[in-house]
Each structure stands twice: as structure tokens, then as C-alpha cells.
Design a protein around this ligand. Sequence first.
Ligand code: AHM
Ligand code: MG
Length: 341
Amino acid sequence: MANVNREILTLDEFTIREMRAFPQATGELASLLRDIGLAAKRVNVEVNKAGLVDILGDTGEINVQGEEVKKMDEYANNQLTGVLRHGISCAGIASEELDDFVVFEDEISKNSKYVCMYDPLDGSSNIDVNVSIGTIFSVYRRKTERGTCVTQEDFLQAGSRQVAAGYIIYGSSTILVYATKRGVNGFTLDPAIGEFCLSHPDIKCPPDGKIYSVNHGNFFGYSTQVKKYIDLCQHKEKSNGGPYTQRYIGSMVSDVHRNLLKGGIFMYPGTIDKPQGKLRLLYECNPFAFIVERAGGTATDGKMRILEKEPQTLHERTPFFIGSKNMMQELEQYLKETIKG
Ligand code: AHM
Ligand code: MG
């Protein structure tokens, strides 16, 4: 008979245990996380088949480039929206894929406590070259009364008000990481039983690291002080832990996941042409800022803490700097010079 390791907790078992520590908890958050886990398993199956789609593309039957990638984005979005719509915990969603937020109008949803925001498939342009991509999500308690339809104010909340945030990375294995105020935990999908199993308990981001992640192609568009910081990363004295190693996959979930575990800094600064950079505050930056801060790191837009930014629109972008505490402190000293100058 196969050995069954009962030390290993599944995602459901873990969230239910966590919930029991709070007698007032209703179980709605655990149920919402289970819904997201289910959508992630479905997306995982399709992402793993993407290579096969390429074979079909070679025969000329399907135009894979662009088209299929887009379909995968839509698929991931539909899966997430579908499970949350049919679940019992979510009153509405906003997605990077959709122009506007979606109100779930049935009675159960209207009486639910949470709203959810997500980037269903971040880095999806990497699918056709087999690079890891991810789903990013964030959960807020709604501001409007239960029993009513959610409105824009439920979505335009500062990141510090997140109840939970997480990501799924579809990589050499599929891992779901989520954070609540109690900490950050990672679960690896065991394909044999189709369950996420606790594999990375109580993740802490090392305060120091040796990795910096940035798009060097944009170098000449960065501010003088960002350029100076990158220069520092390359010219650090050996006695001072340097030079740092540059690692940039171009898939934020992969880049930040690696830096979270190994220590490092990830940057997507503004440029002359795009002062707000590329990344979206609500779907990408806030969830990662929440996760990394819970793990002991920090995240800023270069001037203020990401989690304190009051969003004005659903799809707004922001410059983004995130990572190990001491590396971020070093960066911030350089950025302060920018503000002065
Ligand atoms: P997407 O939401 O269109 O997939 O773009 C977000 C991705 C991030 O995962 C990644 O960090 C960034 O875009 C890379 O952008 P660039 O190629 O400009 O460096
Ligand atoms: Mg994205």
C-alpha cells in the first residue's frame, strides 16, 4: 500500500485550520481561496497543453501567434470569473482583462463579504516560448452594505486594506502562494491527486539578496537616479556583497517569486515615454506588495509605499520597486536624491 504522508496539508485543510483560530470567522475566505484554487487547476491544465497547440499551429490549421495567447488570457479570465460568480463568497470582480468591474447580482453573491481583483494570466506573451507565467489575485472586504450590489468604491481601495492576496505560478511545478495578515504560505500542486499541498510554510523574504531584476532595454529612459542605482548593482565592491546578479524573465510572477524566496529586488520604473511604467496598481502591484510586505520585504512606487496609494481608476499604472528589506533601503537612498534633484 502506498505511504500516505499525513503531515502534508492540502490548501483546503490549511485554510480551514487557519480559520478555526478565529472563532468569528465565517469560512467565506477559505471558500473563496478554494474557488481560486479550482480555477487555477483548470488554467494549469490548459497552460500545459499550450505546447501541443504549437504543433497544430505548425500545420497551418491554427494561427497560434498572438491569437492563441489571447485565447488563453480569456480562458483564464472566464475560469476565475466563473468560479467566483458561482461561489458563495464574492460579490463582484475586476480583472485586467475587462474594461469595467463585474457585479454578481444573484442573492447569494449580493450577500457576500468580499470583492476580488485579478490579472488572470500575467506574462502571457511568454506562453509560446514555454516560460513560466502566472495568475495574480487580491481580495478586499467590500465597503458597501451586504445585500446590495457592489459599486466602484468597493474596488478603489488602498492596498493596505487587502484581506488576502496571492499568485499561482505555472512553472516546472505549479505553485499557489497566498498571504493573509497571518503570514505567507506556498502550496505545490500534486498532479497525482489534483490538490495543492503545503510545501512552503511561513515564507520569509531574506532581508538581503544578490539579485536585481529590471528591463535593461529601457535603461536610457530611466531617471538619473534609477540609472545610478543600476550602476551600483553592477559595480558593488566584492567586500560589500557585490556585484549583484541580474535576472529578468519578463514574467513578473516568476521574477518576484524567485526574489521572494532567494532575496532580491524587482523594478519596473517609469520611463521618459511612460512615466507611470507598465504595471497595474490594482491587479499586479498591490497583491505583490501585500505578499512581500507580509514576508518581511517592502514595496514602493519610488516615492511612497505602494499599499498606501489611493487608487483613482481601475486600470491605473504605477512605477514599482519591490523586494528584500535592506536592498530596498539602499535603493530608496538613491531615489531620494532624485526627488531632491
Ligand atoms: P502583461 O500583464 O501584459 O502580461 O504584462 C506584465 C508583464 C510582467 O509580468 C512583466 O514583469 C512585464 O510585463 C515585462 O514587461 P517588459 O517586457 O516591458 O519588461
Ligand atoms: Mg499583467
